[in-house]
Design a protein around this ligand. Structure first.
Ligand code: ATP
Ligand code: MG
Length: 346
């Protein structure tokens, strides 16, 4: 019996036990009925989730982390890129080629652009920096794949940013890409914090993590995508936060509800690019499940750290997606220079 099933049984037997205590019921009738309603709702939520996840969990073995094996074995993605700041294989394809009116809107977020600029993120007012130029190159093929009628890519507007391991620069690249696209005349962008166990977009954009988001909409069927959208002071940039923490976040991300939400994002918001800042592929199972539903994937590879074997293993995890692009991140421009992100002029 799974943990979820045991929890459902326990909640049910708690509910039964309560029915057998008439004395308490008489004294605190209102309170008890209220708790009972909550318990029954939780039990039925858990039953519903258990039912939905039955197959997904069975199909998702835990992936063991693979440690990098040193610089000597590091993945060789065009040495020439080492001489460029965030070296990027330009658009390289590795693979084959419901609303409730009663909910209050999420509070608007004011983004401090000077602060973002200091973190190395592209902003509208800081002009043509080198980082802005690099992300202009990165976004071009992604936009073409997403909106070109001839591309033949299903759900091309859903773009997942992932990496093999933690700390390779997923959130840095997601935010940069989102800002870069939002600065375009014609394009709107939705940045989704899909790293639900360790959300980093609130830290990056400096807002409180306590807001409704992805996990809330998966759990509460009365919520609609529009109920969890957060507008920002950057006109064309909208966010979806990770949402209220949940002990079964991983399973929720792999649920059928999540698949339905992705479908809604792909179809109802087909005029926008939707960027998913995701967990690392080799340390979690949810990134792999998400990957299977994305139109395009950007795999961030940290220079001088991530080994060729590690990248190969990560690519194997996402082979279900037809369009995979690589970003070779944190490459040093020269022995004296720092990361590209710190190297631009304003
Ligand atoms: N090209 C870059 N130039 C400068 N700093 C960078 C660059 N890429 C990433 N960083 C910095 O490296 C750190 C790790 O990056 P980030 O948080 O984006 O990684 P992550 O892959 O999202 O990590 P996690 O797996 O923990 O979510 C951050 O402090 C980020 O600002
Ligand atoms: Mg991150």
């Amino acid at each position: 019996m799974s943990i979820i099933e045991r929890a459902a049984d326990k909640l049910k037997s708690n509910a039964d036990a309560e029915q057998k205590i008439p004395a308490i019921k008489n004294i605190h009738k209102d309170i008890i009925q209220d708790s009972k309603r909550k318990i029954q709702k939780e039990a039925s939520d858990i039953e519903r989730i258990t039912e939905k996840f039955k197959n997904t969990i069975a199909d998702s073995p835990k992936i063991q982390p693979i440690e990098p094996q040193g610089v000597d074995n590091a993945v060789k993605i065009n040495r020439e890129y080492i001489d460029k700041p965030i070296s990027i294989t330009e658009g390289r394809t590795v693979g084959k080629k419901v609303s409730v009116d009663t909910h209050l809107p999420q509070p608007h977020i004011d983004i401090d652009l000077d602060r973002l600029h200091k973190l190395g993120i592209v902003t509208p007012q800081h002009g043509k920096t080198q980082i802005a130029e690099q992300f202009r190159i990165i976004k071009r093929p992604l936009l073409t794949n997403a909106f070109s009628k001839n591309s033949g890519i299903k759900n091309g507007n859903l773009i997942m940013i992932t990496s093999s391991l933690a700390g390779e620069g997923k959130s840095f690249c997601s935010t940069n890409l989102a800002m870069s696209i939002a600065m375009e005349m014609d394009n709107r962008v939705l940045l989704v914090d899909a790293d639900v166990a360790r959300p980093s977009i609130p830290k990056m954009l400096d807002f409180s993590p306590d807001r409704k988001g992805l996990l809330d909409i998966i759990l509460d069927q009365r919520l609609n995508v529009s109920d969890i959208l957060t507008k920002t002071s950057v006109d064309k940039l909208t966010l979806i936060a990770a949402g209220t923490r949940h002990p079964h976040a991983t399973e929720l991300l792999a649920s059928q509800s999540m698949a339905d939400i992705l479908m809604e994002l792909a179809q109802r918001y087909s005029d926008r690019i939707v960027i998913f800042d995701s967990p690392p592929l080799l340390l979690t199972s949810e990134a792999r499940v998400l990957a299977s539903q994305m139109g395009q994937i950007v795999l961030v590879v940290e220079a001088e750290r991530t080994t060729q074997q590690t990248v190969k293993e990560a690519l194997r995890q996402i082979e279900s997606c037809d369009v995979i692009n690589l970003i070779y991140n944190k490459a040093r421009t020269s022995a004296a220079a720092g990361y590209y992100g710190y190297y631009y002029s304003s």
